[in-house]
Design a protein around this ligand. Structure first.
Ligand code: AMP
Length: 418
């Protein structure tokens, strides 16, 4: 085949069945779990004033290097959303819903990333946020929402990594200790980490680059810098997860990539995926973000789960097969009228997946299509059947001979084969 004139841009994919079917089913399960837990769906625009995202933190790659920005025809500087937490905080500040506000979302995000398997420039996330409560039991509930979702899609090989980032003052003291540690070993760090060190020493901990690992392993731990309040809250979250029988691992070096996180922070890792892309989701508290966006000083917590990557994790264990979309009935019509359309429509209205070959094709071609379709049964209508107001019911998987029924009995007749 000749090279097509246009191709999907690098880092993007054309999602097609069965992937689209599986993703849709996955999102429906998330919607159901979120609804049961009292979250309402919020859909912010896919683009915002660039400032909304810059407030996430200018030292993050997401803002620094990966943002898709453009000037619109009105001269506004717009960015495609790289994530939705900042958008939801903007919604909260603008709309001022009652607190605690529990919102879930689904949709595409855009990041100018180095594209590879599991890392795309456009990718879907589902997520949930609670704004206006600092109750650590809310942290547990939010984590439980994600966990119950994984359970329902049948993903078993997921590890919940948990840490506390403490409060701003704890982080300040910890950041200073890290700065001292990494500066001592500056010469052995990778160039990217040296750059990160100058901007934000905490984020050097995020590096997955091999040469940095020994220095990261020897770094001080945040857990040793927690205030009493932060420690008590963290203990309560662990007690909550234990009470809900949700297994977790304390990951003392887990610091999330975004600057606005504090206290509870967590990541869901699928060990079946390549190490660089094995995070299927993550989240945590972001008590300063709403105020940072010009809103009231309301705490927040949330998570985002990558749909594309979660599906890859499902592939690794044959989970989340998605709905059956094959036709159940094939309508074969050799009469000249529009009976084929009418019968297919009637079957569909009865909740049956029914399809047909385009009109005017030979009986042989239609039966071939019927056999290939995977349908259990064909409804066969020729000129005789039209005249007698009848239809042939033909099993397609060797379950007996063709029978004849009244036209009005077609739906009941095929149901016996489904
Ligand atoms: P983040 O918003 O960076 O905390 O990411 C949350 C989740 O979204 C990750 O755990 C991934 O599953 C997913 N994710 C983030 N970036 C990408 C990407 N570029 N391509 C696919 N999935 C992504």
């Amino acid at each position: 085949m000749a090279q097509p004139l246009f191709q999907a841009p690098p880092g993007t994919r054309d999602l097609m069945p069965p992937v689209t079917d599986r993703m849709r089913a996955m999102v429906a399960i998330f919607a159901d779990e979120a609804t049961k837990a009292g979250f309402g769906q919020v859909t912010p625009p896919m683009f915002e004033d660039v400032g909304v995202f810059v407030r996430i933190g200018e030292s993050t790659d997401v803002v620094n290097k990966e943002l898709y920005t453009f000037e619109d025809k009105g001269g506004r500087t717009i960015a495609l959303r790289p994530e939705q937490t900042a958008s939801l905080c903007r919604v909260f500040v603008q709309r001022r819903p009652l607190t605690p506000w529990k919102a879930w979302y689904f949709g595409a995000n855009f990041r100018y990333e180095q594209a590879q398997k599991g890392r795309y420039r456009q990718f879907d996330q589902v997520g949930a946020e609670v704004i206006g409560s600092s109750d650590p039991d809310i942290d547990t509930e939010i984590i439980a929402l994600a966990w119950r979702f994984y359970e329902r899609i049948g993903l078993t090989n997921v590890t919940l990594l948990l840490n506390s980032l403490g409060d701003a003052a704890d982080r300040g003291r910890y950041t200073n200790a890290l700065r001292t540690h990494f500066t001592e070993h500056r010469g052995s760090l990778t160039e990217q980490s040296r750059e990160t060190l100058d901007r934000n020493p905490l984020r050097v901990m995020d590096s997955k680059r091999q040469p940095d690992q020994a220095i990261i392993d020897a770094a001080p731990l945040l857990g040793d810098f927690l205030s009493d309040d932060a420690r008590t809250a963290f203990d309560r979250v662990q007690a909550g997860l234990t009470a809900l029988a949700i297994p977790f691992e304390i990951a003392p070096r887990l610091v999330r990539g975004l600057d606005y996180y504090n206290r509870t922070t967590f990541e869901f890792v699928a060990p079946g995926l390549d190490a660089a892309q094995n995070a299927v989701g993550g989240g945590g508290r972001y008590d300063g973000l709403v105020a940072n966006l010009g809103g009231p000083d309301e705490p927040g917590i949330g998570f985002a789960l990558g749909i594309d990557r979660t599906l890859l994790a499902c592939d690794a264990e044959d989970a989340m097969q998605g709905p059956d979309t094959t036709a159940q009935v094939w309508v074969v019509v050799t009469a000249e009228g529009i009976e084929g359309l009418e019968v297919a429509d009637r079957l569909r209205r009865a909740g049956i997946r029914a399809d047909r070959t385009e009109s005017g094709r030979s009986m042989k071609a239609q039966m071939k299509a019927a056999n290939k379709s995977g349908a259990a049964v064909a409804v066969v209508i020729g000129p005789d059947e039209v005249r007698d107001e009848q239809a042939g019911i033909k099993p397609l998987r060797g379950q007996g001979d063709q029978t004849t029924v009244d036209n009005q009995q077609i739906v009941q007749a095929v149901q016996e084969f489904l």
